[in-house]
Design a protein around this ligand. Structure first.
Ligand code: C5J
Length: 241
């Protein structure tokens, strides 16, 4: 028994230092890869952002998602958005700034950042399988007002591979929340993106500074390498999930 557990561990090259991950207690968490943030006409663009800056994260995430599915790793997708009556959208969020369209206004992909609308959905390249978990969140962090803690506890998860958008907003907030709850977070630098390249860089630096104050920073190539060496063992773990 002790041997089979050890065989699930992979060493991921990361900063500030490599980390050993037991794949059976690791989940891939993909933050807010939604049309509202990624495509023209959505929430991100209404705020004045160049949404093309986020496209760079799609291929690295797709590669890790494919490997995670092959291993039977728990995959969690998150979506930021609100109920159609906006009862879960604080006025302070809805009223903020001077967007061209506000949360709940009709846009080219349906009402902006509203659950069930086309813009709220995850982009086709990373679309969840029916078997995967989708967490709908009203805030920036994936733990706030969601069932994520319960889900991770149910599956015995201790480590999170985190990617998605945007690096300094929902990815950072979720990593901070997860860190306070005791999870080891490994953030994929090329699997995250920001409308502001300098915020992307600083967002990653903040995670790995001070000996990894919030977690580790790695990239898709390093994670894929560590996963590849254990695929045959982890397939068996996935089958029993
Ligand atoms: C933002 C997010 N940027 N998913 N949300 O408002 O980062």
């Amino acid at each position: 028994m002790a041997n089979s557990r050890k065989s699930l561990v992979g060493t991921v090259a990361a900063e500030p230092e490599p980390i050993d991950l037991d794949w059976s207690s690791t989940a891939l968490v993909i933050i807010d890869m939604q049309r509202d943030f990624m495509e023209p006409g959505g929430f991100g663009e209404t705020l004045g952002n160049d949404v093309s800056r986020l496209a760079r994260a799609v291929k690295p995430i797709a590669a890790v998602l494919s490997a995670a599915r092959a291993m039977g790793m728990l995959v969690v997708h998150t979506r930021e958005g609100h109920l159609p009556d906006l009862s879960d959208a604080p006025p302070a969020k809805v009223e903020r700034g001077a967007p061209s369209l506000r949360i709940g206004d009709p846009g080219p992909m349906g009402r902006i950042l509203i659950r069930g609308e086309a813009g709220h959905d995850i982009i086709p390249a990373l679309y969840p399988l029916d078997s995967e978990i989708v967490i709908d969140k009203p805030g920036k962090g994936a733990f706030y007002a969601t069932e994520l803690s319960d889900v991770l506890q149910k599956y015995g998860i201790e480590n999170l591979l985190v990617c998605g958008v945007t690096t300094e907003v929902c990815v950072n907030t979720t990593v901070r929340e997860a860190n306070d709850r005791g999870y080891r977070c490994v953030v994929l630098s090329d699997g995250c993106a920001s409308y502001f390249p300098e915020f992307h860089e600083m967002g990653l630096k903040m995670i790995k500074a001070q000996g990894g104050i919030f977690g580790w920073v790695s990239d898709s190539a390093a994670v894929l390498k560590a996963m590849a060496s254990e695929t045959s063992h982890t397939l068996a773990a996935g089958a029993s999930r």
